[in-house]
Design a protein around this ligand. Structure first.
Ligand SMILES: [Ca+2]
Ligand SMILES: [Ca+2]
Length: 323
């Protein structure tokens, strides 16, 4: 039980790059934290009681009319005493008809919460401007990594729940003030790159925007955001530079920052600038032959190796993969 609690604490603390919490537009739903037993409206009570009688414990509940027609209860349950960790938590959406209700969606995993990271605190606003309210839930498959703790976004129409986004979403925010929020997603593809420590893993943010009924990769449309982001990363690199000594791994924060800057330029639409910046940074401030050798391998990888291929693989307008 103790290790379980620790992992969940790690999941909740996992905020890549220390970004601040989500900007909420408006919050129509009400989230009840586990400390008080969540209360649910009358029409959901018989379904919830029936689930509790099978060994589920109601942890969190949000009520909203997600489709503007029926009432819905989005709920997180914990299954006490289960031996299968992938069945420990259950996320459900119940739909009511004014008198009674039934489950229209369920998914089990290691962990769910509505209150997890910054993104998870946004619940039941209309995030994408399609007239339907979304439910945002933090999930976890149990690992301590960016990619294995995705935030999932669901909408409901015609009595069916549909997953419209999933991934390491750091923030849900309207970056260009058009009234429709964008998803700021961690690019986890270089997490643990080249044996860099987790703290030094190169991080970058990808932006997905809602267009024609789905989230698509649209990072290069957000130039002002990326200008601020490159300034922030440059400041972090300056800071990390002061730690570089002849000790072999003393430059990993510096190297991780330089790679993060290159990836960030690539997302902003300027792959070549990213490579030029990476060359300049990796060719300076090396304090040992081992550091120089290591950086030459990284440069090769970003100029023409697997990392170059991965950076060029991102295409403007590509739909967000739903896992
Ligand atoms: Ca919506
Ligand atoms: Ca927007």
């Amino acid at each position: 039980m103790r290790s379980h609690t620790l992992v969940i604490a790690a999941v909740l603390a996992l905020q890549p790059f220390g970004l601040v919490s989500a900007n909420t537009r408006q919050t129509a739903g009400q989230t009840v934290q586990p400390s008080a037993p969540p209360q649910v409206s009358a029409e959901f009570q018989s379904e919830v009681s029936q689930l509790i009688s099978t060994g589920l414990k109601l942890k969190e509940a949000v009520e909203a009319s997600l489709d503007g027609v029926s009432k819905h209860l989005a709920a997180v349950f914990e299954r006490a005493g289960t031996k299968d960790p992938t069945q420990r938590f259950e996320f459900r959406i119940l739909e009511g008809d004014g008198k009674t209700s039934k489950t229209i969606f369920r998914r089990s995993d290691f962990f769910f919460s509505f209150g997890g990271n910054g993104a998870g605190r946004v619940n039941a606003p209309d995030i994408n401007g399609d007239g339907l309210k979304e439910i945002v839930v933090q999930s976890s498959s149990g690992g301590n990594c960016w990619g294995c703790n995705p935030t999932e976004i669901y909408r409901v129409s015609n009595h069916k729940a549909e997953l419209i986004a999933a991934g390491p979403i750091q923030r849900i925010a309207d970056l260009n003030n058009d009234g429709i929020a964008e998803l700021l997603m961690a690019d986890a593809r270089w997490e643990s790159y080249d044996d860099l420590s987790h703290a030094a893993s190169p991080g970058a943010v990808m932006i997905y925007a809602w267009k024609n009924g789905r989230y698509v990769y649209a990072s290069r449309d957000f130039a002002a955001y990326y200008r601020a982001e490159t300034e922030r990363i440059r400041a972090a690199i300056e800071e990390a530079k002061t730690s570089v000594t002849t000790e072999e791994l003393s430059d990993e924060g510096y190297v991780g920052g330089a790679i993060g800057l290159a990836i960030t330029y690539a997302h902003a639409g300027d792959f070549e600038r990213g490579i030029t910046e990476l060359e300049t940074l990796l060719n300076s401030n090396a304090k040992s032959a081992a550091q120089k050798k290591h950086r030459a391998v990284i440069l090769q990888d970003f100029r023409s190796g697997e990392s170059a291929t991965k950076l060029r693989a991102m295409k403007y307008g590509d739909p967000l993969p739903l896992g």
